[in-house]
Write a protein that binds this ligand. Structure first.
Ligand code: 13P
Length: 349
């Protein structure tokens, strides 16, 4: 257990966050093609290498999440990605879920897969140098906001139960294998729903996730929770200030996340960098006022990397400019979360 606590302490070191660069081969390929880049293994490697070798990245980034393909690739000088990350003071992590499939007898609800053979895969990933892992479960806001009580059998309830169970089984296997699980239940922003719908859905999801984690024997001190912020749907017309995002997010977290959890690293979920950072800053300011028990940092994907990909577009001459765009986004996110709970999460019993 002490190794896991040490890993967590490194991942949540003050002023740093986690870079999610773990798009699956299919998702990364789509994003490359959209940016005018051929979707080849070499181009996926070059893009991830561009991100990782950004000068000074380790100032702001404590951990980087790769997908299976990248974990096994090397920089052009032959250094394997996990070693190259460590050389920069960044812990290498690995996305271990294998994506979603439809859950039977529901109205379009999915369940995240990947438990089959996971114990063996975790052993391999650890041997390759990973110190932490990630599993993402996806939830629709409207469906989950109205999920019924414990005995209800609606689609939302089924999706929440199945996905929370998967997250907990994954987290337990990670801790058994000596890897810190990043537990990612994401209520997605798609839709025109009001922020209150996201709030109810997030509450329903987190309540079940922590019940399952507890049931499966997961040590809350050795996880990082990676939730969505409580925000309105992307097609919602009602503008929302960062202060409201902060108020609703912290209220929901306080109700459902045990104080023993050391850190909460938010995903960006499709928010632009400026939006995500403004919300993260407001959440941290309110957390300081309320003396919240967790460090509240970021594990952004798109909000950090989108500008770099749009700048690079596969052009080697644009590498430095793309890295500068990534550095600026990381620096902004790092500056947005200065709150440190007392006592420090690393020493909490
Ligand atoms: P976004 O920040 O782009 O939502 O990505 C985070 C992530 O890891 C999704 O699984």
């Amino acid at each position: 257990m002490s190794d896991l606590l040490e890993t967590v302490a490194g991942l949540v070191a003050p002023g740093t966050g986690i870079l999610a660069a773990d798009e699956s081969v299919a998702t990364m390929s789509r994003r490359l093609v959209r940016a005018g880049v051929d979707a080849t293994p070499a181009n996926r490697r070059d893009y991830r290498a561009l991100l990782l070798t950004t000068p000074g990245l380790g100032q702001w980034i404590s951990g980087i999440i790769f997908c299976d393909e990248t974990l096994g690739q090397s920089l052009v000088d032959g250094t394997p990605f996990p070693f190259a990350a460590r050389e920069r003071g960044i812990q290498p992590g690995i996305k271990v879920d294998t994506g979603v499939s439809p859950l039977p007898f529901t109205d379009g609800v999915t369940v995240t897969e990947g438990l089959d053979g996971l114990r063996d895969r975790l052993e391999r990933f650890r041997a390759q140098g990973a110190t932490f892992a990630k599993w993402r479960a996806v939830f629709n806001a409207r469906v989950c906001a109205t999920a019924g009580g414990r005995s209800a059998k609606d689609s939302g309830r089924r999706g929440i139960r199945a996905n929370a169970h998967g997250l907990a089984r994954y987290a337990a296997l990670c801790q058994e294998a000596g890897l810190v699980p990043v537990v990612e239940p994401e209520v997605v922003m798609d839709g025109d729903h009001h922020i209150s719908v996201c709030e109810r859905a997030t509450a329903n999801v987190l309540a079940q996730v922590f019940a399952e984690l507890d049931l499966m024997g997961v040590d809350a001190r050795a996880i990082v929770l990676k939730p969505n912020m409580v925000v309105p749907g992307t097609q919602s017309e009602a503008p929302v200030l960062a202060a409201e995002v902060a108020r609703r997010t912290l209220k929901t977290l306080r109700a459902h996340v045990p104080p023993a959890v050391p850190a909460i690293a938010f995903l960006s979920g499709g928010q632009r960098n400026d939006q995500a950072c403004a919300n993260l800053r407001a959440i941290n300011e309110l957390a300081a006022e309320e003396a919240a028990p967790w460090r509240l940092t970021f594990s952004f994907g798109r909000a950090l990397v989108d500008d770099a990909l749009a700048t690079w577009r596969g052009d080697p001459d644009a590498t430095a400019a793309a890295q500068a765009a990534l550095a600026a986004n990381c620096a902004r996110a790092a500056a947005a979360h200065r709150y440190t709970p007392e006592p420090s999460p690393a020493v909490r019993p």
